[in-house]
Design a protein around this ligand. Sequence first.
Ligand code: GLA
Length: 561
Amino acid sequence: MHYFRTLPEQWPHRLGLLAAMGANCVETYVPWNLHERRRGHHDFTGIADLERFLTNAADAGLAAIVRPGPYICAEWENGGLPAWLRAADATAPLRCEDPDYLAAVDAWFAVLLPRIARHQVDRGGNVIAVQIENEYGSYGSDEGYLRHLTGVTRAHDITVPLFTSDGPEPSMLTGGTIDGVMATVNFGSQPAEAFAALERRRPDDHPWCMEYWNGWFDHWGEPHHVRDAADAASTLDEMLSSGASVNIYMAVGGTNFGCWSGANHDGAFQPTVTSYDYDAPISEHGVPTEKYHRYRDVIAGHLPIVSELPEPTPVLPASTVELGESVALADWAATLTPSTGPMPSSFEELGVDNGLVWYRHRLRGPREARPLTVDGLADRALVMLDGRPIATLERDGVTAVDIGVDGPEATLDIVVESMGRVNYGPLLGERKGVAAVRHRLQTLHGWECTPLPLDDIAGVPWGSTSAAAGPRFHRGVFDVDAVGDAFVALPGWTKGYVWVNGFCLGRYWDRGPQSTLYLPWPLLRRGANDIVVLELDGTTSTSIDIRPTPELGPTSAAPAI
Ligand code: GLA
């Protein structure tokens, strides 16, 4: 279970469900970029309160395994690495013994590890093991780096067993394991084969599946993955019967709130959706599924289960909310101060990790109609000429549009959206924004760059009545009699973001598969609640729906790996 994917008020409920399923331990990653969004500024409050999570787990009778990375993969923005690691240098080495990278990691671990150390079992806490890096053998081969992390971890008084975690292929185990640190393997099926591969390399290590992929995550525009419950339960039983240890990945689904979804790049960019339900035994909204009950039966055959299932969470009745007020994104951008320079700055250079950046150039005319090309687009851009939307560009899609200027000048606006940083493979750390814009072969120099961070929209100038075209915020109010879980559906809307009482639920996109966003009860209050939608592409609707059930989309089987 990832604490950062569930609101803290709900942690005891989810942990109670885990214990009642028969789990004796909970594992979590730690996402560095959530805790240190700006270099040197650390946050351990609210959804980032790792120690509260560990204490809640102990209260539920669960031991804890912590995987502090610093890289975590996890379908999380940049695999957990802060975007600022690449602020000064677009190719700064990551995940190796580069001195600048190590200095940043060491400073972070000096803050983080003492907070984990005081929760270790020998100090009255529940932490029983700590991971070094994450699937390092799938990425690099710097043994010195893994040894460095091990040394730093021990130096901060982590005395519980340490382990690495890798895929079962020989190159992965060769690259990811180190002497003196336990090795574990990650897979979704065929446990005997995977444990045999582990045993060949590490005959003395206990068979331990650190990630049993019993479901899978989804990308925008692809089907929703599910894994048959009976098949998943029989693989779990096979592992437990053989005496192996297993960490169910994921046991509790969750949500990539705000802009925290990562992305894959397998020949093409594949952004991950907002839901991290994962077809887990405990769903994104904390409901025990068929898989949960089958697992409970399996585990009861191996361990006594003492906990009872906690009470289910109430849900809101269906309703429709009118969004009567609206304001152009351009009007918000106009209130903010841009950075200027001859070339467009990347998100990293502007000091923002995610959201949108509004790029503006005064395009001198006259000029004949020629292709405007955007180099290094990451990831999606709305192009406007004199305030009129003329094209939507997308990496791996259309990246050029013909434009010309009749008069002496036109305003060229390019609004770029980051769809999440790649969290796996060599494109980790890739910069967001645009690298260069050209009209035919002429590089366009002179840019105003305005970051629009989407996690704080308090400054949106509601009441502004300008008729500016392009993306718009829409706002409405809905009343709640008794607080409960709900789902937001957006029929007739295309692509954007939703906030409830100022908290960003995440992205929506009519490409699917998911067509509802989870609205967890702690965000709501009795009485009036505020909902804001930022629509980037255009809508035919003026209302959204509140629904009592999720819709994660048409399904396909999780990959058999
Ligand atoms: C790997 C990673 C995890 C996660 C899974 C897929 O095993 O270690 O962080 O990305 O793949 O969900």
